[in-house]
Design a protein around this ligand. Structure first.
Ligand code: FES
Length: 164
């Protein structure tokens, strides 16, 4: 090629450099994007904030006796994994009504227990008591016991766990 047809701006070497750079960048993107996506995907994953928890067959819970069901949930938030334990008092009244209470005291979140002799839920932290229907009898709790929303699927009892 004679020098009279040479481009003053881009010669062959310059063209090859640009094409190599573009092709190299495209190949790096093709190889690198899945790897980047793999590493950041846990942070982008949405965690469920509420869900239905199965407590087993309703018939397993005796009538007129609040029965505690304990369960643990493990949540994954990005790279962080945390486990929380929960408790639910299933109370089947002889009339057929069903109530499921949280076992967390509404004062400062201590765990309640059922005192069968006195027929009250008892909080050991500040000696609070709640009646069978979860209403405050004595002590500092500012409100009655929290209730879970319930649902039956066949004979299976489920409660709605809402976080936040
Ligand atoms: S935490 Fe239950 S009465 Fe204070």
């Amino acid at each position: 090629m004679s020098s009279k047809y040479r481009s003053p701006v881009l010669d062959r070497r310059g063209f090859v450099k640009i094409v190599s750079s573009v092709v190299g960048s495209m190949m790096a993107a093709i190889v690198g994007l899945p790897a980047v996506q793999f590493f950041i995907s846990p942070a982008l994953r949405k965690t469920t904030e509420d869900e239905w928890i199965a407590l087993g067959a309703l018939e397993n819970y005796p009538r007129d006796y609040p029965t505690l069901f304990n369960f643990t949930l493990t949540k994954v938030n990005g790279w962080e994994r945390s486990s929380h334990s929960y408790g639910a008092f299933v109370f089947r009244k002889s009339g057929g009504d069903l109530v499921v209470f949280s076992d967390v005291c509404t004062h400062l979140s201590c765990r309640l227990s059922w005192d069968a002799e006195r027929k009250v839920y008892f909080c050991p932290c500040h000696a609070a008591t709640f009646d069978q229907d979860g209403k405050v009898i004595s002590g500092p709790p500012p409100r009655d016991m929290d209730r879970y929303e319930t649902r039956l699927e066949g004979d299976q009892l489920l409660i709605h766990l809402r976080e936040g």
